[in-house]
Design a binder for this molecule. Structure first.
Ligand code: SF4
Length: 104
């Protein structure tokens, strides 16, 4: 069973395709299920850096989105990954900049 959605912070470009994709797929404008949070800008090694963090809200129904949620499949840069608990733990400890966006 898919248990989580992770985002690779080095890949997300903050385009909001995941937000729009979920909105259209669910055909429900009442509740926002995905938002993209902007973190920064902040200076790092003399350069400005900014991250984008897609966050699933309490209205996200990940379990209903089998086999793959539209937010994941519509991301143009494959920044989102939907996986089981074991794969999520491996990715979070891989050294890459993964963050948890949703947990089922
Ligand atoms: S996760 Fe993908 S679709 Fe969503 S804002 Fe980031 S790059 Fe765009």
């Amino acid at each position: 069973m898919k248990a989580a959605i992770l985002v690779n912070l080095d890949m997300c470009i903050g385009c909001n395709a995941c937000v729009i994709g979920c909105h259209v797929w669910k055909q429900n404008t009442e509740h926002t299920r995905v938002t993209v949070v902007t973190i920064g800008p902040a200076q790092s090694n003399g350069r400005l850096k900014m991250d984008f963090l897609p966050r699933m809200t309490e209205y996200c129904t990940l379990a209903e989105c089998a086999p793959e949620p539209p937010c994941v499949s519509l991301c143009p840069v494959q920044a989102l990954v939907c996986c089981d608990e074991r794969a999520a733990l491996e990715m979070l400890s891989s050294g890459e900049r993964y963050q948890v966006s949703a947990v089922a």
